[in-house]
Design a binder for this molecule. Structure first.
Ligand code: ADP
Ligand code: MG
Ligand code: MG
Length: 314
């Protein structure tokens, strides 16, 4: 019996899930997300899938760690930005490869295979404005939020809320305070909308959900207070510590409902916690969790492997 893992060849989480699958009696076949870019052979022959020349139609369960993105033109070579070379050919090829892999994934799902997570969730739905809508509609607490490219609206929000942070709609930057200096640069925001939120006090929680199970919930402990814990040197150098947190049942239910509404069977959910308040920030569809797994002994890889293997067997 085989399961499939989509991701980078050396990704430690891919390896960890593969190990756990092996312990459950399933062989893991790695679909290297860099295979197409490296020119290795993938084919669809009358709808039958071949990976590196080998038929893979028997594989019915998949863990999607990463899939190629159709949005990002590759502008890097050997760790150097190559902004002035012909970008369009690379961009078009990147997009074509991503469309091909996404078609594979959609086909797999359509044929009844189980994908953790499904292609839509894995590749596209990490959109915070939509997630905030989902969370709000379920009745969870979310921060007061303005998402806008309108400097006047942002100034009005700041005047009312006062302690405001900002962060990108899709990602790729740390959360920062909307301070005097940032307010002076507000003219640049017209280029693309940004998320502005009330700053929620309290500790950062990370919930790991697999299916209906909350496999892990920890507070991330940093020695000094930071707006975004990832800017803490201790966190960046792998020195982060965690403390196990037991969530009240209503919050656990919100986690399950929010993940389901966002189409996620695997989710890394971020909350702020202070007193009896649990404020939801976002859901991550391919969360990084190995540090928590190793330091806390939470069997997250095993839970993912079990879900994929059981689905592939049924
Ligand atoms: P991402 O992790 O995708 O960059 P998050 O919404 O999880 O986006 O924000 C990153 C971190 O920034 C959070 O874990 C939290 O520490 C901090 N943060 C984000 N939004 C707020 C907020 N409204 N109030 C306080 N801290 C926040
Ligand atoms: Mg986060
Ligand atoms: Mg995120």
């Amino acid at each position: 019996m085989r399961i499939g893992i989509f991701g980078e060849a050396e990704d430690p989480q891919c390896l960890a899930v593969a190990r756990e699958a092996a312990a459950l009696g399933a062989e893991a076949l790695l679909f290297d997300s860099g295979a197409l870019a490296a020119g290795r052979p993938l084919s669809l022959l009358d709808g039958r899938m071949f990976y590196l020349g080998e038929p893979v139609d028997d594989v019915k369960g998949f863990y999607l760690r990463s899939v190629p993105s159709p949005y990002v033109p590759a502008m890097e070579r050997d760790d150097t930005l190559v902004l002035y070379e012909d970008w369009f050919t690379t961009f078009a090829q990147t997009r074509e490869r991503a469309a091909y892999v996404l078609s594979w994934l959609l086909q797999l799902e359509h044929q009844g295979a189980t994908l953790v997570n499904g292609p839509h969730a894995a590749s596209m739905l990490q959109y915070k404005p939509f997630q905030l809508h989902v969370l709000r509609s379920l009745g969870t607490r979310v921060p007061r939020t303005l998402i806008s490219n309108d400097p006047a609206a942002i100034r009005a929000f700041h005047a009312e809320v006062k302690d405001v942070i900002y962060k990108p709609v899709l990602g790729g930057a740390l959360t920062r305070p909307l301070d005097t200096e940032a307010l002076e640069r507000l003219g640049t925001v017209t280029a693309s909308p940004v998320i502005f939120q009330e700053r929620v006090p309290g500790e950062d929680l990370r919930v790991m959900l697999v299916g209906e199970d909350i496999v892990s919930c920890v507070a991330i402990e940093t020695p000094a207070p930071h707006l975004d814990f990832r800017s803490d040197p201790a966190y960046r150098s792998g020195q982060a510590t965690y403390r196990e947190v037991v969530l009240p049942e209503p919050v656990r239910r919100f986690c399950r409902e929010a993940a389901r509404a966002c189409g996620l069977t695997l989710a890394g959910i971020d909350l702020k916690h202070h007193g009896d308040q649990f404020v939801f920030l976002e859901l991550n569809s391919s969360p990084i969790y190995l540090d928590v797994e190793q330091k806390q002994g939470h069997a997250i890889s095993r839970a993912i492997a079990r879900r994929v293997v059981e689905a592939a067997r049924s």
